[in-house]
Write a protein that binds this ligand. Structure first.
Ligand code: HEC
Length: 355
């Protein structure tokens, strides 16, 4: 018995701190503690002295009572634990899938109904406005402000809903809520850093830009490249509109870095050409030729400082290709080395020549 107690005493801190290090939510940690306690109880019971033997009706009654007690304990115990509610998950899925399943006719009917409603509203506003004008000209602006404000707030509420439906919170935090483990940047100040248009582009094409300090995650392609298939234009517009309202300069939202050129499409060879005395050689043609059939070479000229830059069309599958760099009759051979999965780092090599 002492051995069993000792093992449990060891397990409690081990599991508690272990699960904390793995960023388990607190409620799961408590559950694990309960499991250890239950396990300990079972093992201790194994050593308990057996109860006196009963027979006949008494035995049946004891068995039924035993079942009742155990069942009650299970049901009560389980009802205290966090519950997974299939209905909640189903409604989430439905919200995402339903607009896509809508038939064209149903969509038209819905749009027509909306149109009719808006016409009715318009008519109502007009009669109201006419009445107001009769009463007094002053209250008119109030009506105008109200109708103007109704649009954007709807859009932003819709954007918030899209954010929840697409579960961006799995990796991002807004207002301290979301991602337990730091997967992606907090977005509380994104409205001061990105325009609505840029956010739309980032969501539909995560390679478009990346958050400063998240190069590694960006190269790994952590932010999913699937939203183009999951969202309509209306949804991503609302989502972006909502995110641009997040303007808290105190939040540590990293600034975006735009990936200007698609690095997958090229390789740059650059360097200096100097003579034996170390003086730059200007206006000299330099040629870079990939030593692979079908890959075109290009020629550039050195500037006053003897510097040149040549852009070659070398793609992902050309990694490891040898490139010959030559000027006058001096030649150097290099190998195009880069990581084909890396879509951020510029692909380039420095080659200095001495004539
Ligand atoms: C699986 C994790 C994950 C999910 C889900 C995810 N993101 Fe990201 N997101 C990241 C990571 C990691 C970065 C930083 C690297 C990068 O920019 O690619 C990022 C960057 C961003 C940025 C740039 C932030 C900055 O400071 O420049 C925006 C904006 C963004 N995400 C919006 C969204 C939106 C909106 C959704 C939901 C539709 C979403 N993300 C879903 C992981 C995720």
């Amino acid at each position: 018995m002492i051995r069993k107690l000792l093992i449990a005493a060891l397990l409690f801190p081990l599991v508690w701190f272990g699960s904390a290090a793995m960023h388990f939510p607190r409620v799961f940690q408590v559950m694990l503690m309960i499991y250890i306690m239950l396990g300990l109880g079972v093992f201790l019971l194994l050593d308990a002295p057996s109860i006196p033997r009963v027979e006949g009706r008494k035995a049946v009654a004891a068995l039924v009572a035993f079942y009742l007690v155990i069942s009650a304990a299970y049901i009560l115990g389980a009802s205290y634990l966090p519950q997974y509610d299939p209905a909640v998950e189903m409604s989430k899925i439905e919200k995402i899938v339903k607009p896509k399943l809508e038939t064209p006719e149903a969509r038209r009917a819905r749009l027509e109904e909306l149109l009719k409603k808006s016409e009715e509203l318009q008519a109502k506003t007009e009669t109201l406005q006419a009445k107001l004008e009769k009463l007094a000209p002053a209250p008119k602006p109030a009506v105008e402000v109200q109708t103007a404000a109704a649009g954007p707030t709807d859009l932003i509420a819709r954007g918030k809903e899209v954010y929840e439906l697409q579960e961006c919170y799995n990796c991002h935090k807004i207002g301290g809520k979301g991602s337990v483990k730091k997967r992606g940047p907090e977005l509380d100040n994104i409205g001061n850093l990105l325009t609505q248009e840029d956010i739309k582009k980032k969501v539909f094409d995560p390679g478009y830009l990346y958050a400063d300090g998240f190069e590694k995650e960006h190269k790994k392609g952590l932010m999913p490249d699937k939203y183009k298939e999951l969202m309509t234009d209306e949804e991503v517009t609302a989502l972006a509109a909502y995110l641009t309202t997040l303007k808290n300069p105190a939040a540590p939202t990293p600034k975006p870095i735009f990936v200007k050129t698609k690095v997958e499409h090229g390789f740059i060879v650059y360097g200096y050409v100097r003579d034996k005395n170390g003086k730059p050689v200007p206006d000299l043609p330099v040629t870079a030729q990939p030593l692979k059939p079908g890959r075109e070479g290009h020629t550039g000229k050195t500037n006053k400082e003897g510097y040149y830059e040549i852009f070659l069309h070398i793609h992902n599958e050309d990694v490891g290709t040898k490139i010959e760099v030559s000027a006058n009759n001096v030649k150097k051979e290099i190998t195009a080395n880069y990581n084909p999965d890396d879509k951020v780092t510029k692909r380039q090599a420095a080659v200095d020549l001495v004539l």
